[in-house]
Design a protein around this ligand. Structure first.
Ligand code: SF4
Ligand code: SF4
Length: 395
């Protein structure tokens, strides 16, 4: 019966000129048909109300729903049709499998997306190690690695213009690759233009910044307290949301620290190193602590995750991103603490190597999901302001 349904869907897709669904996409389509009839979970997150706007699920609909899901696991623990039931409904896992596929499908250049998906952790560690080693060797070839204190003057090791020359192409590459990916994703999934775009964008931005759907609250019954989502068992926890917030806002504070330092340099002609009490150092220290605790907590939760949640094959990619974030923060804080010692040159090289590796791999893993998820939330906010247009599929 399931095979017949899959063949029918494939025949319809071919007839309409769409690419046929992959095995993972067909599985999401199958499960969404069951959920659409059941609708028990419609208050859990945005996926289920978005699903009810469809009777059939094409490739673009499935990519959209997969990136709207943030793998909280709540619907699996509530589902009366979850394995060992013969319907074998496991929405978080089916969505995660398609989501992983979208990272590679929309990645630019695609070959890098596929490589990172297979070998995320190894690639992240190898890249940061190789870049750090390269920078250590570069310093060693031009002078002593271990020298008298330079009072935190990084530019005595790498002149300012050399640092800009090294990092600007990497930042531009990461921005271009992410931009190309999200442009292709949006072109595939975007709804018709809406007159309420501004209002929808504000709502989607607030949902993303608050991680609204990770708090476990019932969207249709606001009297129920927000208890978080299940992790290692079906007991809810808010720690996943808290660690995500620490990571995200830690990253943003570090970004703000770099931006303020850039303004100091170019607008005010105030040269680094800056005092421990200066704004860039304070922002970087607070952000760095958030970026240390957040990823450490996310890794701890990831290692304890219920085996039925998500897609086990994506764990190396997820852990690669988390470990790189942690290393960027750890090496940055260690560099700050020891910047007045003879170890500064080596610590600086190791920190710069991990930062470069992080930005080179940003477009291919979890960070890309954050961008696609914001796009999916925007589509959800636009779509819910439009009238429901359900049409029965052609026979
Ligand atoms: S996940 Fe299970 S309980 Fe929830 S809507 Fe789907 S079939 Fe129903
Ligand atoms: S795993 Fe969570 S976010 Fe994903 S569909 Fe289920 S309830 Fe929604």
């Amino acid at each position: 019966m399931q095979q017949l349904e899959a063949l029918t869907r494939e025949a319809r897709a071919l007839a309409s000129g769409e690419l046929p669904l992959s095995a993972h996409e067909s599985e999401v389509a199958r499960q969404m048909q069951i959920c659409n009839a059941c609708r028990y979970c419609e208050g859990f997150c945005a996926v289920f109300p978005a699903m009810t706007r469809h009777l059939e699920f094409g490739k673009a609909d499935i990519h959209y729903l997969a990136n709207l899901c943030h793998n909280c696991g709540a619907c699996l623990h509530a589902c009366q049709y979850a394995p060992p039931h013969e319907f074998a409904v496991n929405v978080p896992q089916a969505m995660a499998q398609v989501r992983g596929q979208t990272y590679a499908d929309y990645a630019w250049p695609p070959a890098l997306g596929a490589l990172y998906q297979r070998q995320g952790l190894t690639l992240a560690l190898a890249l940061s190690g190789a870049l750090a080693l390269f920078l250590v060797l570069a310093i060693g070839l031009n002078g002593p690695l271990w020298h008298a204190s330079l009072a935190g003057n990084f530019y005595a090791i790498f002149p300012h213009n050399l640092l800009v020359g090294m990092f600007a192409p990497i930042f531009l590459f990461a921005a271009l690759a992410l931009g190309m990916g999200v442009r292709r994703f949006w072109r595939d999934v975007s709804p018709a233009a809406s007159s309420a775009l501004g209002e929808a964008a504000v709502e989607a931005g607030a949902a993303a910044l608050r991680l609204k759907y990770l708090d476990g609250s019932n969207q249709t019954n606001t009297d129920e307290p927000a208890e978080g989502c299940p992790n290692s068992d079906d007991a809810p926890t808010l720690w996943r949301r808290r660690f995500h917030h620490l990571t995200f806002y830690g990253f943003m504070l570090c970004f703000a620290a770099t931006s303020v330092a850039t303004l100091y340099h170019y607008l005010l002609n105030w040269q680094a190193p800056y005092a421990y009490t200066s704004l860039p150092v304070l922002l970087g220290t607070v952000g760095g602590l958030g970026l240390l605790v957040g990823p450490a907590g996310l890794l701890w939760l990831n290692l304890r995750r219920h085996p039925s949640h998500g897609d086990a094959t994506q764990k190396p990619m997820d852990r690669g991103f988390i470990v790189l974030l942690f290393l960027v923060s750890l090496t940055g804080l260690v560099l700050l603490a020891w910047r007045d010692t003879p170890a500064m040159a080596v610590l600086l090289a190791v920190h710069l190597g991990t930062v470069m590796a992080l930005f080179l791999t940003l477009p291919y893993g979890k960070f890309a999901h954050g961008i696609y998820r914001c796009a999916a939330l925007l589509k959800f906010s636009i779509e819910k302001r439009q009238p429901m247009q359900l049409a029965l599929p052609e026979a």
